[in-house]
Design a protein around this ligand. Structure first.
Ligand SMILES: *Cc1c(COP(=O)(O)O)cnc(C)c1O
Length: 448
């Protein structure tokens, strides 16, 4: 057989490909090591094709394949998504978008060093949470505040420090699962405390708590019904009543509010952080990335005396916040004090119907087709489960069908997550920022 007829011989060597002009830019962008590996991969697959009787690709085609492979491998797994679901605080989509001030603060502190645990005035070791604690006190009226890694960590730390080895009394109506298998009874056990359930699913009275108090009781726990409501023949015991009972028996009241309402949002019935504290809770916990609108964090608020055992507990180290989250939290809390309307979650929840309608109309004009319809939006994230937000969506009838279209939107760039209702693809504008409209319209036109 004539060697020039051997198709394997027609394949260029890796070294030859690396010397090609097109390879220079790729090596610069992705690194020579990564490019060499990618070329080996595409050459191996070309040999496979030839072995099955195919023809040898030329150098240009091989470099193109290597470039495509490198681009796929360099694409981040965690990437931005346009939230067209009509749910503002969507746990699967990363909950709260950060305010502009928080984004700047994160990038400033990420770039270099910071005074994370360093007191610049004295030149000595400082407190990691010193920048955030006064703001927590200022916006909630709490005597003291302590930020940790998330809401679950806040409850775990509070119960471990205040009730470890003792008993925690909680209503049967509040033994909730918050999501992802996170259940209040498990957290109590993990914190080394014994759970004492009182009352029934729909009714728990002060007398139920009072009858359960014993020598080992440490904490009366109140858990906000975050993602469901019991309605109808129901009764629950208010924080103020629990506080009275706790004083008599020298117990602590811990209230897990979950969503972290700083100021009343129209239509909400759940207590704000300040209201729960004023009602007499010794400790109030919540998430940082739900209604607070900040980064993933857990906030623990209360009296200095109630928080003292938490500050000394070994778990605190395991659930502490990193510098980027602390920077974002500080910036978000400052906006709660000075101009809350600049926090994206607060702005979205407070927007008027007319603003949402105008955004949907603008989207329709950019896309050039579709029907603007009224929808029910939700705050989400275990906040205000019953309150519907009057929103608008662009309803589309793509030729490829709603399911195929939704899949292409999710896997496209930018990724868009909408929802399907009655056979139509709905693009809800409730949680879409005005700045996202051109990119969103582009993604929609591409699938229509
Ligand atoms: C969301 C929620 C939590 C958990 O908070 P994470 O920040 O998700 O850890 C705990 N309790 C309640 C009532 C909640 O709504």
């Amino acid at each position: 057989m004539n060697p020039s007829d051997n198709p394997f011989r027609a394949l260029p060597q890796v070294q030859k490909l690396l010397e090609a002009p097109a390879a220079g830019a790729l090596a610069e962008h992705f690194g020579t090591g990564a490019l060499t590996q990618a070329l080996r991969t595409v050459l191996a697959s070309a040999r496979g094709t030839i072995g099955e009787g195919g023809t040898a690709p030329d150098a240009t085609l091989l470099l193109e394949r290597a470039a495509a492979l490198l681009a796929t491998r360099a694409a981040p797994g965690l990437r931005p998504v346009i939230n067209a679901t009509g749910i503002v605080i969507h746990t699967n989509l990363g909950r709260a978008p950060l305010c502009a001030e928080a984004i700047v603060a994160v990038s400033d502190v990420a770039r270099g060093y910071g005074n994370l645990e360093y007191d610049l005035a004295s030149g000595r070791r400082g407190s990691r949470t010193a920048s955030v604690e006064p703001l927590l006190a200022e916006i909630t009226g709490a005597e003291a505040g302590l930020p940790v890694n998330n809401g679950a960590a806040a409850i775990l730390l509070a119960l471990s420090a205040l009730a470890g080895g003792g008993e925690v009394i909680v209503s049967r109506g509040e033994l909730v699962e918050i999501g992802g298998g996170f259940r209040i009874p498990d957290v109590i056990r993990q914190g080394g405390a014994r759970l004492v359930e009182v009352g029934s699913t729909n009714k728990t009275r002060l007398s139920d708590y009072a009858a359960a108090v014993g020598p080992d009781t440490r904490v009366l726990l109140k858990v906000h019904q975050s993602n469901f409501r019991t309605i109808g023949f129901t009764e629950e015991t208010a924080i103020a009543e629990l506080a009275g009972l706790a004083r008599e028996h020298r117990l602590k009241v811990v209230a897990d509010l979950g969503s972290g309402l700083v100021a009343r949002v129209p239509g909400t019935t759940e207590p704000t952080l300040a209201e729960a504290l004023t009602a007499g809770a010794d400790i109030v916990t919540c998430s940082g990335d739900k209604l607070l609108g900040g980064p993933q964090a857990g906030l623990i608020l209360g009296s200095s005396e109630a928080l003292a055992p938490l500050r000394k507990h070994p778990l605190l180290r395991a659930v502490r916040l990193d510098k980027m989250s602390l920077a974002a939290l500080e910036a978000t809390l400052r906006l709660h004090r000075d101009s809350p309307e600049r926090i994206p979650v607060i702005r979205m929840l407070g927007e008027s119907d007319a603003v949402r309608a105008a955004r949907a109309a603008a989207l329709r004009d950019l896309v050039g087709t579709g029907e603007v319809i009224a929808t029910d939006g939700f705050a989400g994230g275990g906040s205000l489960p019953e309150e519907r937000l009057a929103s608008r969506a662009l309803a589309l009838d793509p030729a490829i069908g709603p399911d195929a279209a939704a899949t292409r939107l999710r896997t496209g760039s930018p990724a868009v997550v909408g929802r399907i209702e009655r056979g139509r693809l709905l693009i809800d504008v409730l949680a879409v920022a005005d700045a996202e409209l051109p990119a969103l319209a582009g993604a929609l036109r591409a699938i229509l």
